[in-house]
Design a protein around this ligand. Structure first.
Ligand code: ATP
Ligand code: MG
Length: 571
């Protein structure tokens, strides 16, 4: 199927205030008017605790919780924990943390599919008794060949016509642990010639002598996801079971189980999963990135996991707005990651205090400024928010500016500092570069400048000075570590790869640059982990949890503008 790419169109979004009902809301409206579930709307978010949540899950979380809120209904959190070999309590904790951080609340409705194991077992027995399920001794390999292909029907298992009594006996003994892993399964007796593969006698239970993170060693048979998910929704009296498109052709099977068991029957509704450019979106691939050391853990700020985005400095508001903006669709698409980046820029532009930090310091000595003098210059904290007030910046004879803001031989239309040229210091004076001091190896180590005392807060009338650069006072600067993150992959669709390669071949080797000795203004001496700032002219940054009292560490959340778009336009 052709996937279309969704790009940013914020202006259009901003002008339409009241969004029309999306297709899921239309279905819910239909249920409310027909009274199918009375006037109830009850959704759930059903993660499998086998990894950390990612931005794709955020879409599902936002959708389920927001729909419940919109209709005055409820949304459960349910862990679909049917696979003991891949699931861990660590993941349960992280999932709960992430959902709370996103701003959603399941109140006391925290459920586990494993809590339903006994009920599911009883239902399996009920299906056996009604002749709808049988114990099958085919090996996994044989089961595959018996299933047939897309063009050919499957074959009935030789064990399909076992008597109810024999099936009941074998199923009980499977539970008692009499048989080794993989020797027998319980299957639903449906139709081996069904055009939908999922209906060709699917496996309901398998033998697995494995420890489960909640039920311990109580069980050595485990229900398959397909025999658990729909019934769990039913037990919780979910009204709309919202899931991603891959489950569309599982729906007939879930419906079949609900019908045969004669239990509450939710309506499954499928929507397109979120894909983003420049990243992959699967727990399995993230696990590879973590285990093989491409990133420093699940919460590495380059990861599109919720914990990674949080550590990077994303706000929950920006992620919720992103989810709302992209909406829901019935066809798979790939969303331009710029849309996400623009959401955080927009939010931080409104709330982040402005500060000055020089990433690559170059020392400037102002020769006509008195030694030892400290002047307090007033700087506005946030031009977008008057209530944020202002702060004092110490101005002295010795300053740092960024190496990028000086060119010994300036290119055309270079408005920053150059020999004999003038530039304005942000919130301060106009300075002029008088001479350049170099080391023996020819490296520029210091600039000697003069300042014009008449230019504080006003433009000179006799000349035009266009450039404004940021700076910090040498004697007051705070030493800081800056981590500049870039995209984790070099291509828009890292999943699209040549024969014999995999997504790892598209990893960006330069996705992290560490600047160890940046110089920050003194107001950043006592920052708290998680605080966010705009470094003027540089970008948005957050304080990393690695920060110490002696040295703050900042993560770049986003550049001020979409620099990748600029690169794309140029080339
Ligand atoms: P992954 O493929 O990353 O392992 P998953 O689908 O196996 O994810 P689950 O824990 O089963 O992960 O997912 C929980 C819920 O989140 C499901 O309802 C699933 O449909 C939804 N979900 C998972 N990935 C996405 C996505 N990319 N976009 C939207 N919803 C998603
Ligand atoms: Mg899954």
């Amino acid at each position: 199927m052709v996937e279309k790419q969704i790009t940013d169109n914020s202006d259009a979004a901003a002008s339409s205030t009241e969004k029309p009902a999306n297709f899921i809301e239309e279905i819910i409206n239909g249920h409310l008017s027909s009274g199918r579930f009375g006037q109830r709307v009850h959704t759930r978010f059903p993660p499998e605790p086998n990894g950390y949540l990612h931005i794709g899950h955020a879409k599902s979380i936002a959708l389920n919780f927001s729909l419940a809120a919109k209709y005055g209904g409820l949304c459960n959190l349910r862990f679909d924990d049917t696979n003991p070999s891949k699931e861990e309590a660590e993941y349960v904790h992280s999932i709960k943390d992430d959902i709370k951080w996103l701003g959603f609340d399941w109140e006391d409705r925290e459920y586990y599919a494993s809590d339903y194991f006994e009920q599911l077992f009883d239902w399996a027995v009920k299906l056996i008794k009604a002749g709808h399920a049988y114990v099958c001794d085919l090996s996994p390999e044989e089961t595959r060949t018996y299933r047939g292909t897309l063009s050919e029907p499957g074959k009935n298992s030789p064990f399909r016509d076992r008597s109810v009594a024999e099936n009941l006996d074998l199923f009980q003994r499977m539970r008692q642990g009499e048989f080794p892993d993989g020797t027998r399964v319980l299957k639903a007796k449906i139709d081996m010639a069904h055009p939908n593969f999922n209906m060709r006698d699917p496996v309901m239970y398998r033998i697995l002598h494995a420890h489960h993170h909640r039920t311990g060693n109580d069980w050595c048979i485990y229900p398959m996801y397909d025999f658990t998910h729909g019934q769990s929704d039913s037990i919780e009296e979910i009204t709309q079971s919202i899931c991603t498109l891959e489950f569309e052709n599982h729906r007939p099977l879930y419906d079949w189980f609900c019908d045969k068991l004669d239990i509450h029957h939710p309506q499954q509704i499928e929507f397109a999963r979120l894909n983003l450019t420049y990243t992959v979106m699967s727990k399995r691939k993230f696990l590879t990135l973590v285990n093989e050391g491409y990133v420093n853990g699940w919460d590495d700020p380059r990861m599109p996991t919720i914990s990674g985005l949080r550590r990077r400095g994303y706000t929950p508001e920006s992620i919720r707005k992103f989810c709302e903006y992209i909406g829901v669709a019935k066809h798979n698409s790939v969303v331009d990651v710029t849309i996400l980046e623009n959401q955080i820029r927009e939010h931080l532009n409104a709330i982040a205090p402005r500060v000055m930090t020089v990433l690559r310091p170059l020392k400037v000595v102002i020769e006509n400024y008195p030694e030892g003098q400290v002047e307090e210059l007033q700087a506005i904290n946030n031009p977008e928010d008057e209530s944020a007030g202002s702060r004092a910046l110490p101005f002295t004879r010795e300053l740092y500016i960024d190496q990028n803001d000086f060119m010994e031989v300036p290119v055309r239309r270079y408005f920053r500092l150059a020999p004999g040229k003038e530039v304005r210091l942000r919130y301060g004076y106009i300075i002029k570069c008088e001479s350049v001091i170099k080391s023996d190896s020819g490296e520029i180590v210091e600039l000697r400048c003069t300042y014009d005392p008449d230019t504080l807060g006003k433009q000179p009338t006799d000349r035009k000075v266009k450039g404004v650069i940021h700076w910090v006072s040498v004697g007051h600067a705070v030493d800081a570590e800056i981590r500049i993150y870039d995209r984790l992959f070099t291509t828009e669709r890292p999943d699209k790869i040549a024969e014999g390669q995999d997504f790892r071949s598209n990893i960006n080797p330069d996705s992290l640059e560490i600047i160890e000795h940046a110089k920050a203004e003194p107001s950043l001496a006592k920052v708290q982990s998680g605080e966010r700032f705009q470094f003027e002219r540089v970008g948005y940054f957050s304080v990393d949890s690695d920060s110490t009292v002696d040295k703050p560490v900042f993560n770049r959340i986003a550049s001020l503008r979409d620099t990748w778009a600029k690169i794309a336009k140029k080339s």
